[in-house]
Design a protein around this ligand. Structure first.
Ligand SMILES: [Zn+2]
Length: 375
């Protein structure tokens, strides 16, 4: 998801990114204006309208973040989409998981505040416009129009509040719905049910838009793609949590000895598919080394011993550990191999290459199994 967004700065210590779908918005406004006014359009005003919508979405997300902070969640980055935003939170410490009843109440409170911010902004803008009495007719259609930016400000906020309350996950209304489902279902089943309702709503919107207002089609497309993104993240997460290392670790692997010369090590590496090797003395694990490290050392200092260039600080895992835990160890240490040990004996290895590969395969096979079990 991150790769589809571009960083635009920081706000209250949170990285702000704009999703590429946001670039569709000015084009879409320009195109509807072009069609409505036979080619007579004002590009600056079109951009200003897109800017207003962006600012309203940003204000909406700020609302979510402030409340989330009060519940001890740490917002790390926010991605703005044309209709909604997605806030990524730092992982809460795994040692103290929240009890479920608190979680669903928290989810509802965090969700509700976004639309409330937009309602407040709409009322404020309407009040200011009425007070200044410039003769801006708030109730005249089209409500969203580059030619009338003050009126658009009021209606953009009203639309954002109403649209986000639709029970279409991952919009706020859908999150509230999922929180209610999660009182009786586990998180993944609750999300799955919320996503299927959301897909149905997206379909109806896309179809309805074809016969009436094309804005509806656009909303449908955004809801649909956002739901797909969330569901994929969920499958990924459930694979990480439920798969044990013994199910995916490599048991047939090559090892090196600290007494091997770098040239010998390279020779062995060439004949193996592995990129990373455990270094073993007798039955003891003494280090890890990568093919790249061997090459770099050979280039820089000529031939030497594995002992001198191997990485002596490394994490080990156990058979029963979850894939997620190994994945966190790999990424936090910036390493690419984790030895799996049992009674201090090396029984397998897990490499970044092999983890990514297994996740993709397992996610696919789980999806297949689920599609079969669901009629
Ligand atoms: Zn929201």
């Amino acid at each position: 998801m991150r790769s589809w967004s571009i960083p635009v700065g920081r706000l209250f210590g949170v990285d702000v990114r704009i999703h590429l779908t946001f670039l569709i918005l000015p084009i879409f406004i320009f195109w509807t204006e072009y069609a409505a006014h036979q080619g007579n359009v004002n590009g600056t005003r079109d951009l200003a309208l897109a800017g207003i919508i962006l600012a309203c979405v940003a204000a909406h997300e700020c609302g979510h973040m402030f409340v989330a902070r009060r519940f001890g969640m740490i917002p790390k980055a926010v991605i703005l989409l044309p209709l909604t935003g997605v806030t990524l939170y730092d992982e809460p410490p795994a040692e103290k998981p929240q009890p479920a009843p608190l979680l669903w109440k928290r989810e509802i409170r965090v969700a509700v505040v976004g639309p409330l911010v937009n309602l407040a902004l709409a009322s404020l803008a309407a009040a200011v416009i009425t007070a200044t009495g410039r003769g801006i007719e708030l109730w005249k259609t089209p409500f969203l129009q580059p030619a009338n930016l003050p009126r658009s400000l009021v209606w953009a906020n009203l639309y954002l509040a109403l649209l986000n309350l639709m029970p279409a996950y991952p919009l706020d209304g859908g999150r509230i719905q999922r929180a209610i489902f999660s009182r009786t279902l586990d998180t993944s089943a609750a999300t799955r049910r919320a996503v299927s309702i959301s897909n149905a709503i997206a379909m109806v919107l896309m179809l309805a838009g074809l016969f009436s207002d094309s804005w509806l089609t656009m909303v449908g497309v955004i809801v649909f793609s956002a739901a797909q993104l969330e569901e994929r993240a969920l499958v990924f997460q459930s694979v990480l949590d439920n798969v044990r290392l013994e199910e995916v670790m490599l048991t047939d692997f090559a090892t090196l000895s600290p007494a091997d010369t770098l040239e010998d090590a390279l020779e062995k590496a060439v004949h193996s598919l592995q990129d990373d090797f455990p270094v073993v003395r007798g039955s003891d694990m003494v280090g890890v080394i990568s093919k790249q490290r061997i090459l770099d050392a050979l280039r820089a200092e000529g031939n030497g011993y594995v002992q001198a260039v191997m990485n002596k600080i490394f994490e080990v895992s156990f058979r029963q550990e979850s894939l997620g835990s190994a994945f966190r160890k790999l990424t936090s240490r910036n390493s690419s191999i984790i030895p799996v040990v049992e009674d201090q004996r090396l029984v397998g290895i897990v490499t970044l290459q092999n983890v990514m590969h297994s996740i993709a395969l397992l996610a696919e096979s789980r999806k297949l199994r689920r599609d079969e079990s669901e009629p």
